[in-house]
Design a protein around this ligand. Structure first.
Ligand SMILES: [Mg+2]
Length: 348
């Protein structure tokens, strides 16, 4: 069992590092990355305007996922009933506010949050279209009543906290519900369920390889799983081969859609399972959605290796490290001992 600060912190800070490492090259082809950063590609965090390496919507929304989960638990404790997908929906409405959208009168009560006091979270760094349009429609999407047909990776990139918080079977179902708020295609929400399950299995003590195999074992129980299953199977197969990472990743896709982003991240984590730095470098140096594939790889390998095996210069150099550590510790404190700071997490 890995219910200790090292692995919770590793998962969230690891994800933020991957996000920040990939952000400068998110929209660059592999050739452009090499032209800009040399033949090894981008290999280190780049300082942003304020000094620290900048995180993007992937990490911002991950923080709001965690906040929504904890506020649901808080409400459950106060009122005896809570619906965690609703609480996460309102957390995402707070994220939407940070992205420059107006407050919605119907949700006036929901705009009180310590995260809204974190000025850095108001940076707008290429937020995903599906998230923005679904949330600004003020309609709650579900897998049963899909809000659109999007299978973008915006659902999976923010799902890791579900795996840190819930036991693995429940983590899958919860992450599906959180992702379906904005992504209506099965590959958009099942990829999120699969990531949460994978993270939970790792936290529950399974090896990375066993956790991936277990994830492949549960996916077929869900309608529309085929694309996710196929991509994960390919990731496992490619990780056992001795090919250049960029070639293997190109075979999996570009990561703009959920199943490909998950497949690329699982490939990078398996291939470089003992080397966080090398895994993250592989995860961002390709022609696809580098910050999201970096973020998900960092979530997985950070949970597997723990915070102490993340390069210290990277952990120190990423934006909002203090906020990420606090949220990781808050998730763990609740999981371990039912401790919850009601001023930080009022019941929704
Ligand atoms: Mg991003």
């Amino acid at each position: 069992m890995k219910r200790t600060p090292a692995f919770y912190r590793g998962c969230l800070v690891g994800g933020a590092i991957g996000d920040a490492l990939g952000w400068p090259v998110e929209f660059d082809s592999y050739e452009t990355i090499l032209a800009k950063y040399g033949s090894g590609g981008i290999r280190d965090l780049q300082p942003g305007d304020a000094g620290a390496a900048e995180i993007t919507d992937d990490t911002q929304m991950t923080l709001f996922t965690a906040e929504g989960i904890l506020r649901a638990e808080s409400r459950g404790r106060q009122k005896g009933i809570a619906h965690s997908p609703s609480a996460v929906y309102y957390a995402y409405q707070r994220w939407l506010l940070t992205q420059g959208y107006p407050k919605y009168d119907g949700y006036a009560w929901a705009y009180k949050s310590w995260l809204l006091d974190v000025q850095e979270l108001y940076a707008r760094r290429a937020p995903g279209h599906s998230c923005l349009s679904a949330l600004s429609s003020r309609t709650i999407g579900t897998a049963e009543r899909p809000i659109n047909d999007s299978k973008g990776c915006g659902g999976v990139m923010r799902a890791a906290p579900a795996g840190l918080f819930y036991p693995k079977e429940q983590a899958f179902d919860m992450a599906v519900k959180y992702a379906a708020l904005t992504h209506g295609h099965p590959s958009g929400y099942l990829s999120a369920g699969a990531l949460a399950y994978l993270v939970a299995a790792i936290i529950e003590g399974q090896s990375l390889e066993a956790a991936v195999a277990a994830t492949l074992g549960v996916l077929p129980g869900y309608t529309g799983h085929e694309e996710c299953t196929r991509c994960l199977q390919s990731a496992v197969r490619l990780a056992q081969q001795d090919r250049p990472d960029v070639e293997a990743i190109a075979e999996l896709g570009e990561g703009w859609v959920g199943e490909e982003a998950l497949g690329i991240a699982v490939y990078c984590a398996l291939k470089h399972a003992r080397d966080f730095r090398q895994a993250l470098i592989a995860a961002v140096n390709h022609s696809g959605d580098s910050d999201s594939t970096g973020a998900i790889t960092g979530n997985i390998l950070g949970a597997a290796l723990g915070y102490d095996r993340i390069p210290a210069d990277w952990a120190a150099g990423v934006e909002l490290q203090d906020v990420l550590l606090r949220v990781a510790d808050d998730l763990l404190a609740y999981r371990l001992a039912g401790q919850l700071e009601p001023t930080r997490y009022p019941g929704d």
